[in-house]
Design a protein around this ligand. Structure first.
Ligand code: DLL
Length: 428
């Protein structure tokens, strides 16, 4: 089942719609945003050169820096009185990115989130507890209006108040919960501490996003909550949550709502577009956004596109789960590593809980990599043996061993109750 007919439309129909919408978006951006006008002129392209999505590669990229340079509203394409809402992404450095929506943009947003919910297995009449933060972050309100649009009931608790969340899950018998993957584990842990078996809760679907989640982490979530874990992806610059979503039928790749967002994958080094099946950086172009049309935005997220048709019947392209960003890459003593690779290895061990942190420092001009993992409660294995096994496995899988591997007591690695989890601390 899908929420709209277009999700299962023939590819040619989707392509036609994309071409038409791209031309309109390019025109709107060029006419109304000085930044784009200059960027087009600088690259020697005119709106008339962009006829189909194949021409999109003629356009220059838009980057995070461009958003920062144009702070707060240099990229807006409509007058202030047409803007109905503003959100901001919580950049860790410098100014946040300010994003805006017209009434139509808000309608589109609700619709794409409703599609995500249906793809996740949520039905009208279901109850969804929304554990994404409300406010400037797009997670809370983005999910909220999508849930209402679908005709489901939203419980707008937002982030934090974890014991209360558990009580509400019990008392209101929610069918699904939407929150970050790390928070869903924290919820399960809190429930257990309260004497509630999280698998006894009525929740059958966890809609997780806003953070990377490796397959072993998903397995932990599903096992601990006795629910299906479905990945939702999005980013503020493009719309917020709702750019793409896994289907519960297959749980293999996230369908990109291509009639609103045109995806490309590029080689992050050269900027050259890569064919389907090859991993690179995701670049997105909005096709219907009015207040903030965004052309060829370099998301920094690493993924692969798949054009094979899906068992669920949707014809829209799928992207792989994003398990890292190009700038997550850790270069330690010449070895290139993504935190997700470490996560996938350490979570293979039943004795290791799904919490870890990485501390990078510099000692005598050398990088020092400290990995802290957490022991599961009530495990038989002693720390020395666990350490040896994890180190051997890291060496075999990644040709890498940390300078120090700390095995922390159960519950001792800090949990994130609000916002996005932070696992890498670079003190260099
Ligand atoms: O995190 C929007 C969102 C809210 C998505 C709720 C899903 C659910 P930003 O704060 O702008 O927006 O952060 C966007 O978060 O570029 C990715 O690096 C990361 N991200 C978002 N969803 C996923 C996901 C929201 N499913 C940035 N898997 C993106 C991995 C994700 N990373």
């Amino acid at each position: 089942m899908s929420y709209t007919q277009i999700e299962t439309a023939p590819r040619e129909e989707i392509r036609e719609l994309q071409n038409e919408r791209l031309r309109e978006t390019v025109r709107r951006a060029y006419e109304n945003v000085e930044y784009y006008r200059k960027a087009f002129d600088g690259a020697g392209v005119a709106p008339k050169d962009i006829r189909t999505v194949d021409d999109v590669r003629k356009l220059p990229f838009t980057t995070k820096e461009d958003f920062r340079d144009q702070y707060p509203d240099g990229l807006f394409a409509v007058d202030d009185d047409e803007i109905r809402r503003i959100h901001a992404s919580s950049g860790t450095t410098g100014k946040p990115k300010i994003v805006s929506y017209t009434e139509n943009d808000l309608d589109v947003w609700s619709e794409v989130v409703a599609r995500c919910l249906v793809a996740s297995g949520v039905e009208p009449g279901d109850t969804v507890q929304n554990g994404y933060g409300y406010g400037l972050f797009t997670g809370g309100l983005g999910l909220h209006y999508g849930i209402e649009e679908l005709g489901a009931t939203v419980i707008p608790i937002g982030g934090g108040q974890t014991q209360r969340q558990v009580e509400l899950l019990q008392d209101l018998e929610s069918d699904a919960i939407a929150c970050t993957p790390s928070y869903s584990l924290y919820l399960a842990e809190t429930a257990a501490e309260m004497g509630v078996d999280p698998r006894d809760l009525s929740v059958s679907t966890v809609i997780f996003g806003a953070e990377p989640c490796t397959e072993p982490m998903r397995e932990e979530i599903e096992a601990r909550l006795g629910a299906t874990g479905i990945d939702i992806y999005g980013l503020s610059e493009i719309i917020g949550p709702g750019v793409s979503n896994e289907c519960h039928e297959l749980q293999e790749g996230l369908h990109v709502w291509e009639d609103h967002f045109y995806p490309e994958v590029i080689d992050p080094e050269t900027g050259e577009p890569l064919p389907a099946g090859e991993e690179g950086e995701l670049v997105l172009t909005t096709l219907t956004k009015e207040a903030l049309p965004v052309l060829r935005y370099r998301t920094g997220d690493l993924t692969t596109l798949t054009t094979e048709t899906c068992e669920c019947g949707r014809t829209m392209v799928r992207m792989d789960n994003v398990t890292g960003r190009a700038d997550d890459l850790l270069i330690v003593r010449g070895v290139n590593l993504y935190p997700s690779q470490i996560e996938a290895v350490v979570l293979e061990f039943d004795a290791v809980a799904p919490y870890y942190r990485i501390d990078l420092s510099r000692e005598d001009a050398l990088d020092r990599f400290e990995l802290t993992i957490e022991r599961e409660p009530d495990v038989e294995i002693d720390d020395g043996e666990l350490r040896d096994r994890v180190l051997t496995r890291l060496q075999n899988a990644l040709s890498f061993t940390p300078d120090e591997l700390i095995i922390a007591d159960p519950g001792s690695i800090e949990r994130t109750e609000v916002g996005k989890v932070k696992r890498v601390y670079d003190h260099r």
